[in-house]
Design a protein around this ligand. Structure first.
Ligand SMILES: *[C@@H]1O[C@H](CO)[C@@H](O)[C@H](O)[C@H]1NC(C)=O
Ligand SMILES: *[C@@H]1O[C@H](CO)[C@@H](O)[C@H](O)[C@H]1NC(C)=O
Length: 386
């Protein structure tokens, strides 16, 4: 039986509270160096092992997509990949770089196969991320930075290390695991090519304060480190979908700024932390006044948030193509998920349509996922029992 070619994924981080759209426009400044290189080398934990030598690379014609997931969000992967691949007109250009957090690559491969996704090996590259590749002191800082225990996942901070996990990638679109790509991803890629900032995302119309930043402290630290003003009222972006210039990240050693903010965050335990949510906060600081917005359709939020009215207008917008994102607690792959009809249309079959993909609890074997076949079907993927 022919197995459909599809794929998916994304990690979510994003937003927890339901927020309303408020039309505030952000005044943007483009490409500015984040780091004043003449200043304070000594103020950051500076783990030299994190630096990757900046390599000169030949630009390619491919569209690079980064996705990441831990076991908890595996269920998103087949749908994200499937939606992406069925909507692109240039599958030959798609290069998926997949980070598997705290779980083996083999497990993710089997999971995709178990979901009838047979992705050519030159289209997908997988790496594992687990915090043992980091300096233990840095890991401690990351762990400390999580205000909400349920958001604790090494995957949430894997994003700071893409430059290192994928040394040959210059620029990439990042996708969370709780979204569907309902438009040709090459359109986003070409929109991104016309912009110059090292970070591109959809403006989310909240300010720093609404996102739980302690702006008084943050703005002082920011000013001191970068010698430029922190704009407390600037709007921020959602990190479920973004385009990142990894060469910029390397050449400006952004990872040392990540470490700087982690360290600062750990320094203020007595008064509460510098931000309330998760690793997304650091990305907001790293690219403050150094990002540009992409079309809103590339991250249509709150499909996983209760209380967002499904008006005719919203339904039309969701049907108009773009990226639909289940920001909120009610992820579409959970039993209590919301707006599942937009998700299920991209759900690939399982086990050739004749079984159910299940976690193999027998830890003695390297079969992480097995097809539990219906009667009359057997084999690894429940082929016809001839
Ligand atoms: C700060 O951000 C606000 C909201 O985007 C904007 O209106 C204002 O001009 C910005 N201020 C500066 C100094 O850039
Ligand atoms: C960089 O830092 C130095 C020393 O702290 C300062 O004199 C200089 O003005 C800064 N440069 C920029 C561009 O902010």
């Amino acid at each position: 039986m022919r197995r459909k070619l599809l794929v998916t994924t994304c990690i979510y981080m994003s937003t927890f509270a339901v927020m309303m759209y408020v039309g505030v426009y952000n005044h943007l400044q483009t490409t500015m160096d984040l780091k004043n290189s003449s200043s304070e080398q000594n103020d950051s934990p500076d783990s030299a092992t994190l630096y990757q030598t900046h390599q000169h690379r030949v630009p390619d014609n491919n569209i690079h997509i980064i996705m990441a997931t831990d076991l908890k969000n595996f269920a998103g992967a087949p749908v994200v990949i499937n939606s992406l691949l069925r909507n692109t007109g240039v599958p030959e250009k798609i290069r998926i770089h997949f980070v598997v957090c705290g779980e083996s690559i083999e497990s993710m491969k089997q999971y995709l196969q178990c979901h009838d996704l047979d992705i050519p090996p030159d289209m997908i590259e997988m790496v594992t991320f687990d915090s043992s590749i980091l300096d233990p002191d840095i890991v401690k800082l990351w762990e400390h930075s999580y205000y909400i225990p349920r958001l604790k996942s090494s995957c949430n901070y894997a994003r700071a290390y893409f430059y290192r996990l994928f040394p040959e990638v210059s620029k990439a679109i990042y996708l969370d695991m709780d979204l569907v790509v309902d438009a040709p991803i090459e359109d986003l890629w070409s929109e991104a090519s016309s912009l110059t900032a090292p970070f591109l995302a959809v403006k989310n119309n909240h300010g720093f304060e609404q996102e739980g930043f302690r702006v008084d402290v943050v703005s002082k630290l920011y000013q001191k480190r970068y010698h430029r003003t922190f704009n407390k009222t600037a709007t921020i972006f959602n990190c479920g979908v973004f385009v990142i210039d990894l060469d910029y990240y390397r050449s400006h050693r952004i990872v040392s700024e990540v470490e700087f903010w982690l360290k600062m965050n750990a320094r203020f335990p007595e008064n509460g932390k510098l931000w309330m949510w998760d690793a997304q906060a650091i990305i907001q600081l790293l690219f403050h006044k150094n990002w540009q917005p992409i079309d809103r359709k590339w991250n249509i939020e709150y499909l996983g948030a209760p209380g967002v009215l499904m008006t005719e207008g919203r339904r039309r917008r969701l049907g108009n193509g773009g990226i639909l994102h289940w920001t909120g607690d009610f992820k579409p792959f959970l039993p209590n998920g919301l707006n599942k009809e937009f998700w299920e249309v991209h759900q690939p079959g399982q086990c050739s349509g004749h079984g159910e993909c299940s976690r193999n609890e027998d830890s003695e074997v390297a079969e992480y996922w097995i097809c539990k076949c219906q009667r009359r079907y057997t084999g690894r993927f429940c082929e016809d029992d001839k």
